[in-house]
Design a binder for this molecule. Structure first.
Ligand SMILES: [Zn+2]
Length: 335
């Protein structure tokens, strides 16, 4: 027994962990995880139309931009050191087949071309799904009242190729269709986009925390829910199967979404795989901090920094967050 050999006094002295927390400099030196602006990705909503900058009511500080207004917004992000954005398109018109997702003059391809010409070194990622573009709000095309996996894959592949053609650096399938990574990887390779990165929304949960996003993207399903393709919050072993299969299908980066209620899933994925892991801290995670801090119930900066640090600690390399711009400013102030 250590205690017998050293005597109680020495053991107590040896376990004084507070010594490690005595000063700012010591705490900093011993910090196990650090947030850095280079791991932050800012989600950006781009819509059809011109001269539009439309605030999202349920996400204070976040707006939808038309392509002509987008550059200024992204310029503000790059000014504070953000080097990567993830684009979501909001078309003026929607149809059953989500045509806007894969048309060359849809909001996302136009935004990609614009951003790559203005900011050539910016990493531009594009979400690949149909739900923002379908009149029924589901992530694929319907057959007999349910989303058809087989019929949806070619459309996702088409959209991804379109975004790659426009110059996107990363395409990010989020529809949770089986085989979507393989279908897209194949389509990219066959269209000369072997260098294009693929980030799979591998473990995407059917979450209540997407509420504000659906307001922002006007993409709430018109009937039913997405539980037939998104994952149950109760499952983490199944998330590992999703991640394993995305890696096998060729995903370069895998993602867990949302982040905060699923830190255990990020951590489990981290100990199992060496591939880069992204965590998407979703709209509800953002809005709950914004709303409670507006009421004076939470300190916004402290809470947002703590959440982002916890995501890093869980093992994520990349944090996709609506707080990206603010975090970048705060991190700069801390330097
Ligand atoms: Zn979707």
């Amino acid at each position: 027994m250590l205690e017998e050999r050293l005597g109680r006094k020495e053991v107590e002295a040896g376990s004084k962990l507070r010594r490690l927390r005595r000063t700012d400099a010591i705490r900093d030196m011993l910090s196990e995880n650090r947030l850095h602006v280079s791991s932050l990705v800012a989600p950006v909503f781009v819509r059809d139309g011109e001269h539009v900058e439309e605030p999202v009511a349920s996400m204070p500080g976040i707006s939808r931009y038309s392509v002509d207004k987008l550059s200024d917004h992204v310029g503000r992000l790059t000014d504070v050191g953000i080097r990567s954005v993830l684009l979501f398109g909001i078309p003026d018109s929607k149809d059953d087949a989500g045509t806007g997702a894969y048309s060359a003059d849809g909001p996302v391809p136009r935004a990609i071309r614009e951003l790559k010409s203005q900011y050539p070194t910016l990493v531009v990622a594009a979400d690949v799904c149909l739900c923002e573009y379908t009149s029924h709000g589901h992530c694929g095309v319907l057959e007999g009242g349910t989303v058809s996996n087989a019929r949806t894959l070619p459309f996702l592949a088409k959209a991804a190729t379109q975004y790659a053609d426009a110059g996107a650096d990363i395409v990010c399938p989020s529809a949770m269709m089986d085989g979507q990574v393989l279908a897209i990887r194949k389509a990219l390779d066959e269209s000369g986009h072997e260098e294009e990165l693929l980030m799979g929304y591998s473990a995407k949960y059917a979450s209540s925390f997407y509420g504000p996003f659906r307001d922002a993207a006007r993409s709430a399903p018109s009937f039913g829910d997405r539980k037939g393709y998104q994952m149950s919050p109760a499952n983490s072993r199944e998330a590992m199967r999703e991640i394993d299969s995305d890696i096998k299908e060729g995903a370069d980066i895998v993602m867990v979404k949302p982040a905060l209620p699923y830190l255990d899933v990020i951590s489990k994925a981290r100990s199992r795989h060496d591939v880069p892991i992204a965590a998407y801290s979703v709209s509800g995670e953002y809005s709950m901090i914004k709303a409670s801090s507006a009421k004076g119930w939470l300190d916004e900066r402290g809470a947002a920094m703590e959440v982002a640090t916890s995501i890093k600690r869980a093992g994520a390399d990349i944090i996709i967050t609506y707080f990206a711009e603010q975090l970048a400013v705060w991190l700069r102030e801390e330097q």
